[in-house]
Design a protein around this ligand. Structure first.
Ligand code: NI
Length: 193
């Protein structure tokens, strides 16, 4: 089932997500709905707060980036569920990349982040992993990880650039900017979580 994506301005996007356990209600359905919602909106990642749930869960499918990453075949078909994730370490040189977010349609900005991350998380079977990522995968994970920490990529841009997009952000919150996928705007009735 395709879920509405929560728009910028909704307080749920600012909550720090809580850990979940394997008995979280209808977790397999939620995960599958999140993938479906993400694919429908042509995203490469989606975090639970973006569907109204302040929990530590996000999904990623980086395969749309494969075309740009021909020199990095190890990154092909990267589809993963991250539960109760914790970034243990960020290292390497900072690099800039133009980021977007399904909760902030029609906004793209260069964001600078460190290039390497070490992350501990559980998969959909609650098996624990500790892994290191770099390049575009690290970038996507960092973006989604920010969501479960109540942070958004627009927090990381310069005040001058932020001033230039303030009206656009306001238009998103008010539902004036509407993407082709279904969104839920703060003014509308909120999902319970
Ligand atoms: Ni996002």
């Amino acid at each position: 089932m395709i879920l509405p994506v929560i728009a910028f301005g909704d307080p749920v996007l600012r909550k720090v997500g809580v850990d979940i356990s394997s008995d979280y209600p209808q977790l397999p359905t939620l995960i599958s709905d999140m993938f479906e919602t993400m694919y429908h909106a042509h995203g490469v990642g989606l975090a639970a707060p973006q569907v109204g749930l302040a929990i530590r869960l996000f999904v990623i499918d980086a395969s749309p980036f494969d075309e740009d990453e021909e020199d990095k075949p190890k990154q092909l078909n990267f589809k993963k569920v991250f539960i109760n994730a914790e970034i243990l370490e960020e290292s390497g040189a900072e690099w800039s990349f133009s980021e977007g977010c399904l909760s902030i349609p029609e906004v793209r900005e260069e964001v600078s982040r460190k290039s390497v991350i070490k992350i501990r998380y559980q998969d959909e079977n609650f098996k624990t992993f500790e892994e290191t990522y770099d390049g575009i995968l690290a970038r996507i994970i960092q973006h989604e990880y920010d969501h479960i920490e109540g942070k958004l990529f627009v927090d990381k841009i310069s005040p001058i650039k932020k001033r230039l997009i303030v009206k656009k952000l306001d238009a998103i919150t008010k539902g004036i900017i509407r993407p082709e996928y279904k969104m839920k705007y703060p003014a509308q009735k909120k999902r319970k979580n």
